[in-house]
Design a protein around this ligand. Structure first.
Ligand code: GLC
Length: 760
């Protein structure tokens, strides 16, 4: 006998049963639906679930063979097998795929190919959960998944969420990198968009139509059948919904947007040389990073005294010249009797265990144990020791590395135990969260002192961005890696990680003069801007080549510092609303089909289109400009949008296009970001067109902004009239003067809360 569908409702959760199993559909708010059989545990994957709940008028109808849940423009259907589909405005919007999901992969004898070194492309062997989703059309495009070294559109590829430290050459077929960001933004039928978020920290696979044009699937080894559908009309809207669910991106101190110089590993003499040379050549800089060799035999929270007899004194001296230090801290703790940090964690059950014994693997210090950040007491100890360490040596931030966690003596077994305060957890569940919990503990060291965290991490999960800045790990000095850096940083941004960047110049291998210059140019707008290289590689500081390299590198850095208040506004906006600071063109022009797969152009906010050269030997490139009028920032040439142009870009130039009428706040003559010295605000106003711009100002370092201590200025351009109006004024402004830059002229106006002026 055929079972009938039965429906129960608890608040906005609709439980539908077909007699065999139950599926639940929760309408959290009018843009967010959760579909689940069992929920994934939220003890460690902390979503902003409660904050997103909103009353919605939901209507449920039932026939014998289907259930229809309606709200706003959406209708969710469940059939007898409990498959879900969604219609929006009576058009199919989302569908769980119900056809044949058997995948045919040709199995051939491989041993001969293996002799030559070929490797089988491994996938997940088995999984408990498989969520199948219809691909409507060959033209569907699918974006997301964080740091993968791939193009924007992930269609036809397969990726695995399992944080992995592998420094070999990353490319688009590389399935796992350092981060696991289980978020997809789907575009179908040209103008329709939805988002999918899979909230499990277990290893999972995203097969995005790799073997089939008809469906994609999310498979999880141990995760539950439980996912979120993000409903909206535009990519911008969906990304905002996503950010609200996983937690908005960290608002870093303003200084973090400055330039970071790093190398594995500078000694004290080299650091002095950086200070001197940057001052001598007047190159902007804000941070120098200390890589692993500053430590005493790689023991975290120690300093090698022979190399740095007075690190605090040195940090003090550098600080006076505007440069702060950020040392690296890895999770692995050296097994060494008498080493206080080790002893404390050992005595206080602070390490992961295997069958009850503290677990040992190997990282830089040799035999090492892994702190269990999932236990509140251990995490608090790390917070406290971090505070103490920063105060003792006057270092201003912490760079967290190797927190996938990396291990040199084979992978950590799935069974390694990481108990939290209330439950036992095993490595297979916490692996993808390990980096996050390390950064949570370290970020807390700042928050407890009312400071915004200066934390940089390599490993992350989707929910990590409120705690940290990120970089994308060990790239190499390859043109292909420079090219990949643009879609990679854009994707990290649309996945809610605003302050993200790659190692400028490339980490592994030898960079070249041309590559270094083009790298600096192409990444000049990345919110995290760091030149970093591996030991034994060719040096790649801005002055490591010839004078031409130095001058071009400097020109780009000076420009980056000029755009600083614009970038800071974008960061504040990303933090507050979820709108990505840097984004693919289709975010701003979703109706323009040509923008959907442009990997080498970036929208920096709404009014800068950035199209750098990323290929060897090129001195010009094709640039597609969407509708509207655009002005080349260097040549001032005007271009009518909707077309592609061939633009000259000699070595000392890059493609910065400003939208006609744009207002861009700027600072000038900064060699370091000193929050107290930002007394002149420049307003660059591009000719033609009308526009509105909101500028934000605060102290740039504390958490006081959370109590409303900031200013907002609304700036409007209408014809040749510019009006400036303070709309929020809770912070004692630094500004004394405003300089309007328009049509190549300068107009100086003493700072006033409100004024109007004519533009030249
Ligand atoms: C890892 C990091 C790299 C660092 C090196 C030594 O490879 O990704 O940035 O320089 O370890 O600490």
């Amino acid at each position: 006998m055929k079972e009938q569908l039965t429906v129960r409702t608890t608040g906005q959760i609709i439980h539908i049963s077909n007699g065999k199993e139950e599926k639940n559909i929760e309408v959290l708010n009018r843009n967010l639906v959760r579909v689940y059989k069992e929920k994934n545990s939220e003890e460690l994957v902390k979503l902003h679930y409660e904050d997103n709940k909103e009353a919605v008028e939901v209507k449920t109808d039932k026939t014998e063979t289907s259930v229809v849940i309606s709200f706003d423009d959406y209708q969710i259907f469940a059939d007898e097998k409990l498959n879900i589909s969604i219609q929006k405005d009576n058009r199919l919007y989302f569908e769980e795929y119900t056809g044949d999901t058997a995948i045919y992969v040709e199995e051939k004898e491989f041993s001969l190919a293996a002799l030559e070194g070929h490797k089988h492309d491994e996938s997940l062997a088995s999984f408990k959960t498989q969520i199948n989703i219809t691909l409507f059309d060959k033209e569907d495009k699918i974006y997301g998944l964080g740091d993968k070294a791939a193009q924007l559109n992930k269609r036809d590829y397969e990726y695995i969420s399992w944080n992995t430290d592998d420094p070999s050459q990353h490319n688009e077929t590389y399935k796992s990198l350092y981060k696991s960001i289980n978020y997809l933004l789907v575009n179908h039928h040209k103008d329709s968009y939805y988002g999918i978020f899979y909230p499990s920290s277990y290893k999972c696979i995203f097969n995005i139509g790799r073997y089939s044009d008809k469906f994609m699937y999310i498979g999880s080894e141990k995760g539950e059948y439980d996912y979120f559908i993000l409903l909206g009309s535009t990519p911008m809207e969906i990304t905002k919904i996503y950010a609200a669910l996983v937690g908005h991106t960290l608002f870093t101190p303003r200084k973090m947007l400055g330039y970071h110089q790093s190398r594995w590993s500078y000694n004290a003499k080299e650091m002095e040389e950086i200070r001197e040379k940057f001052a001598q050549y007047q190159i902007p800089i804000d941070y120098i990073h200390l890589d692993i060799d500053y430590m005493e035999r790689y023991k975290v929270y120690t300093v090698k005294k022979e190399e740095f007899p007075d690190l605090k004194g040195m940090a003090d001296r550098f600080e006076k010249e505007g440069i702060d230090f950020i040392p690296i801290i890895d999770p692995g703790v050296k097994v060494e009797e008498g080493y206080d940090f080790y002893e404390y964690l050992k005595e206080h059950d602070g390490f992961a265990t295997l069958e009850g014994e503290q677990y040992v693997n190997q990282v830089w210090p040799g035999d090492s144990k892994y702190p269990n950040y999932f236990k509140t007491k251990t995490a608090q100890y790390i917070t406290d020791i971090t505070k103490k360490f920063m105060a003792e040596y006057k270092v201003k931030g912490i760079w967290c590395d190797m927190n996938e966690p990396a291990s040199f003596n084979g992978p950590l077994p799935n069974e390694v135990e990481f108990p939290s305060d209330s439950a036992m957890h095993y490595h297979e569940e916490v692996h993808n969260l390990y980096g996050e919990y390390m950064t949570r503990a370290i970020a807390k060291a700042f928050e407890e002192e009312n400071k915004r965290p200066i934390v940089i991490t390599r490993a992350a999960f989707a929910t990590t961005s409120p705690f940290t800045t990120t970089w994308n790990g060990d790239n190499q000095s390859l043109w292909s890696h420079l090219e990949a850096s643009l879609p990679q940083v854009m994707t990290m941004n649309i996945c809610n990680f605003a302050v993200n960047g790659v190692d400028i110049g490339g980490f592994g291998n030898e960079t070249t003069k041309e590559l270094l210059i083009r790298w600096m140019e192409a990444n000049m707008f990345s919110l995290f801007l760091r030149n970093h290289s591996a030991l034994h590689t060719r040096k790649q500081e801005p002055y490591a080549f010839d004078d031409e390299t130095l001058q071009i590198y400097k020109k780009m850095l000076v420009l980056r510092y000029e755009f600083l208040p614009y970038l800071y506004d974008l960061l504040e906006n990303a933090h507050t609303t979820g709108i990505p600071a840097q984004r693919p063109l289709f975010f701003n022009y979703p109706a323009d089909e040509r923008t959907k797969q442009i990997n080498d152009e970036v929208m920096i906010g709404d009014t800068i289109l950035f199209a750098p050269v990323t290929q060897q030997g090129k001195t010009s490139r094709a640039v597609y400009l969407p509708e509207g009028k655009w002005i080349h920032y260097f040549t001032k040439e005007e271009y009518e949008g909707g077309k592609e142009y061939l633009i000259d870009m000699p070595l000392d130039s890059t493609g910065i296009f400003i939208k006609a009428g744009a207002i861009i706040p700027m600072y000038k003559n900064l060699l370091h970001i000193d929050n107290q010295k930002l007394d002149t605000l420049y307003l660059y106003v591009e000719k033609d067109g009308d526009s509105e711009y909101m500028h934000y100002e605060d102290d740039g370092e504390t958490l006081n902004y959370q109590k409303g201590v900031y200013n907002r200025y609304q700036i409007t351009k209408k014809g040749n009239k510019l009006s400036f109006k303070t709309v929020t004024a809770n912070y004692a402004s630094n500004y004394k003067e405003i300089v309007i830059l328009s049509n190549g002229t300068e107009k100086r106006i003493p700072f006033a809360e409100e004024f109007e002026c004519e533009l030249n």
